[in-house]
Design a protein. Sequence first.
Length: 353
Amino acid sequence: MLTKRNPPIGARPGTLAISADSPPPRIHVFDYGPEQIVERTVEDLAEIERYARTETATWIDVRGMGDEAALRRIGEVFGIHPLALEDAVNVPQPAKTELYDEHQIIIARTPLLENGELSVPQVCFLLGRHYLITFQDRYYGFFDPVRERIRAGIGPIRIAGADYLAYALIDILVDYYYPVLEGLSQELDDLEEVVLVDPEPNDLARMHHVRRSVATLRRVGWPQRETINDLCRSTSPFMGEDARTYLRDTHDHMSQIMGRVDFCREVVVGLMDMYLSNLSHRQNEIMKVLTLMASIFIPLTFIAGIYGMNFENMPELRSQFGYFAVLALMAAMAFLLVWYFRRQGWIGRSRRR
């Protein structure tokens, strides 16, 4: 489970809680227009000041949160509200969007599978009139396809402004839900076949793992769906009508994803109920077999107990055929009991009435 890094109790608003293992910030800049593109890695924070006043679209990608002074400096250059910077740095936050005087903050989450474990890292967008700043806890490679589109000038991304860039990045984060859901759906199909045929104890652990992953996707997905819906309906000065039109398509994708998440949730709950039902049925079958065996041997044990008593006045003990007669009686009783149990459908196929 993800745990939020909180500032100390009683800390003033805007306090940054940075993890000790967070890498130092690496800043990558794209400054582009219809005819030109500048791509560079910023080594000196003084270099980013000119991008706060440029008229071309600028994307500043901050990867890593390990230097509070650098983060504060970026906030000063672009006039980032202290609460907005706190939301960007103190991860993870629920998906949301808030409007400030100089910019709009958008928090988004996307699933990531690492060594079979699901995590949902946060990406923070700070959208200004001509710039977009993204904050990531570390480099994940989510936005590499968008970088290739900017370099190649594919589509309207070089013509449109920073709001269209924000849409493109949010859209690709939503696309990362699909392969994760495909993997979970395939795992559920495999589990369904196993549970119906021959369930094993480790299948329950697999179902719990899938159920926890589905619950994580549901917990972070619904706020993100509402956030995208707010962006589509808002009248923000930083998000143009064209970008909101494209975001409506992203909202449809997110709605489809959440529908599949809810379906997976219902399937995994049904599989767990089916597994427990099959397990209970197998236990009942075992108990039935043991009970029937005990029912057959109880009268035989009773007879053996009677003739095991050492009384002298027992006439059958001196009979020449007493031993064989008692064995025949016991065999006949066992046969009759087996015949009766089978007639009642308790042994073999169930009796049809």
